[in-house]
Design a protein around this ligand. Structure first.
Ligand SMILES: [Zn+2]
Length: 220
């Protein structure tokens, strides 16, 4: 059985119509969710246009009804003096309707921007983390930025140390060096030697010489 070309075209057109209808319903639903907003004594209603861009209505009636809800009806008038035919109100706008709409649109965009959360594109602290542990010890590596430079922080944690003190070594990627933080447990308590290999340099920090370690272990 063959479908006539004419019928095929009709079916395709019907599908497109159905898609449009669905998109319109979707848009109407979204538009219902936009609250009317007040700007300089008048109301405006945001909505999505056919390209899904936000458009702002011309100024709407600023009068509130007994329930405190805006009349919100479209206003008529040629200049800044306008009339609401629904509640019989006459009003003076601070700008012409088109200018007022433009300013309200900017204010609305400002409102949207101001309620947005700030997302930093800097490498966030804790961005990349590696962790290894056994019963008594834990090593944690955290990627961070300090003064705009990239560094890895390597923590050496002894689980029995409940005060949370830890030894830490900063591996400064940009300066190709390692540092330690004096405020925590000094790495020499845990490490004898630290070697860091960078693409163009290798650093070696000796915290304790083999002779010192030998003396210590004999003393125990
Ligand atoms: Zn009105």
């Amino acid at each position: 059985m063959f479908t006539s070309p004419k019928k095929g075209v009709t079916t395709a057109a019907a599908m497109v119509r159905a898609q449009h209808r669905e998109a319109n319903l979707d848009r109407q639903e979204k538009n219902m969710a936009f609250p009317m907003f007040g700007f300089k004594g008048f109301f405006f209603r945001p909505s999505l246009n056919i390209n899904d861009n936000i458009t702002i209505s011309l100024p709407l009636c600023p009068r509130l009804n007994k329930q405190g809800k805006p009349c919100g009806s479209p206003l008529s008038g040629e200049s800044r003096s306008v009339l609401c035919e629904v509640c019989d109100g006459t009003f003076e706008m601070p700008y012409t309707a088109q200018d007022f709409r433009t300013k309200a649109h900017r204010a609305y965009e400002g409102y949207l921007n101001s309620s947005a959360e700030i997302i930093s594109l800097d490498v966030p602290y804790d961005a990349i983390k590696a962790e290894k542990e056994d019963e008594t010890r834990k090593i944690r590596i955290v990627w961070s930025q300090k003064d705009g430079r990239n560094q890895a922080v390597v923590y050496f944690i002894q689980k029995e140390n409940i005060s949370g003190e830890k030894a830490q070594v900063f591996v400064d990627i940009d300066r190709r060096e390692t540092r330690s933080d004096a405020s925590d447990i000094h790495p020499e308590k845990i490490l004898a030697k630290l070697t860091a290999e960078f693409p163009t340099a290798t650093t070696e920090t000796v915290y304790r010489s083999e002779a010192e370690i030998k003396v210590d272990s004999e003393g125990e």
